[in-house]
Design a protein around this ligand. Structure first.
Ligand SMILES: [Zn+2]
Length: 371
């Protein structure tokens, strides 16, 4: 991820800190220094670092719970507004989602209990004799912060943990699509309230509200997509026929093709019709400026994943997202190119499905003239 610095790897998950989080620390330190001097500044920065250690522990609650169900988490990123663990997927079984969602707040319950138990004897006293004992109030604040994390995360605003708990519970009765629709709607409503409260209380709430709104909307679309692609194969959604380029063709040939067709991505195939790479409009335009007129297609092309035409559409879209390639190259049983799959044409297919859920997509059988 851009602007985030890897600081450690824990059990196969890379822990990253976003630059804005470091800026946030600097800001807190500087502000406190001005108000209360060096001591206050150090203590506040230490408090925030410890608080985010608790947030990280919370994320690892989710991560380890997900691992029980065979879901890996490549990375977790700390932002000023909290931690984001990028689980490979969210478990589809409601009972599993429930466990994964609750595991995060459960960690904070344990941490709060430990802090109170271990340091609780001097809890009251510590607050009273704040000046003599600067360490104790920090622990007290940390215990309180953990309790706050539990309550805050369990607000049923999807996609926060509470929202996921709500979705899982609803899904047990209503099915995943309907449950997500309801949970996302509640999440969007809560996001609006957050932003509204932010206007009066703390501008940070506006950012959190925006974040929740976008995430709730994205999740609702994602589940609608899953529902819409169920049972479809790649060949039902792919662009076919497509115009392809040959590796030895020149930049001029590519430009000519760009102008004469509506395509924005051009597969590159060898003489047997097998995919060799991909050339996008952006790359062609850039080459126009940077590369010489003798540049060939093979100099400019980038790689893209190859997928057989019978592969389930949903799994292929996951691959498309993960590879960050602009398109997938679709091949027949002999490994020859038969089509392209891009986010755009999947979007068109979803549009058709949302208008006519019963629409039957044709299954194009074979390749066509290439080159
Ligand atoms: Zn969580």
């Amino acid at each position: 991820m851009l602007w985030s610095i890897p600081i450690a790897t824990i059990a196969g998950t890379v822990v990253r800190v976003h630059v804005t989080f470091l800026l946030f620390l600097v800001w807190v330190g500087a502000t406190q220094w001005r108000i209360g001097g060096r001591e206050t500044a150090l203590e506040d920065v230490l408090f925030i670092v410890l608080l985010f250690a608790c947030v990280l522990a919370h994320e690892f609650g989710h991560i380890f719970a997900a691992r029980r169900y065979g879901i890996r988490t490549p990375e977790v990123t700390l932002w000023p507004i909290g931690g984001v663990a990028s689980l490979e997927r969210i478990p589809e079984k409601p009972s599993e989602e429930l466990v994964v969602a609750l595991a995060g707040p459960a960690v904070n319950v344990v941490l709060a209990a430990l802090l109170i138990l271990l340091f609780g004897a001097s809890f009251q006293e510590a607050v009273a004799t704040e000046l003599e004992n600067p360490r104790a109030p920090l622990i007290a604040r940390l215990a309180a912060a953990n309790l706050f994390l539990v309550v805050f995360n369990l607000i049923p605003a999807f996609p926060m943990d509470g929202g996921r708990v709500l979705r899982a519970l609803l899904a047990m009765r209503l099915g995943r699509l309907e449950a997500t629709r309801i949970a996302a709607r509640i999440g969007q409503g809560a996001a609006f309230l957050f932003a509204l409260a932010g206007l009066f209380l703390n501008p940070m709430l506006i950012i959190i509200g925006l974040f929740i709104y976008l995430a709730a909307t994205a999740e609702a679309q994602h589940v609608a997509f899953q529902d819409g692609t169920q049972g479809l194969a790649v060949r039902e959604a792919m662009i076919s026929p497509v115009d392809a380029l040959l590796p030895h063709e020149t930049l001029e040939d590519a430009i000519d093709r760009l102008i004469r067709t509506a395509q924005k991505e051009f597969p590159v195939v060898d003489s047997l019709g097998r995919p060799a790479g991909l050339l996008t409009r952006d790359v062609i335009i850039r080459a126009l400026r940077d590369a010489g007129p003798t540049a060939t297609v093979s100099d400019l092309m980038t790689s893209a994943p190859t997928v057989p035409y019978w592969r389930p559409l949903e799994a292929s879209l996951v691959l498309l997202n993960q590879s960050k390639a602009p398109a997938l190259l679709i091949v027949d049983d002999q490994g020859r190119l038969v089509g392209l799959l891009t986010p755009e044409n999947i979007g068109e297919m979803m549009l058709v499905r949302s208008m006519r859920p019963d629409f039957r997509f044709r299954r194009p059988q074979a390749a066509r003239r290439l080159g």
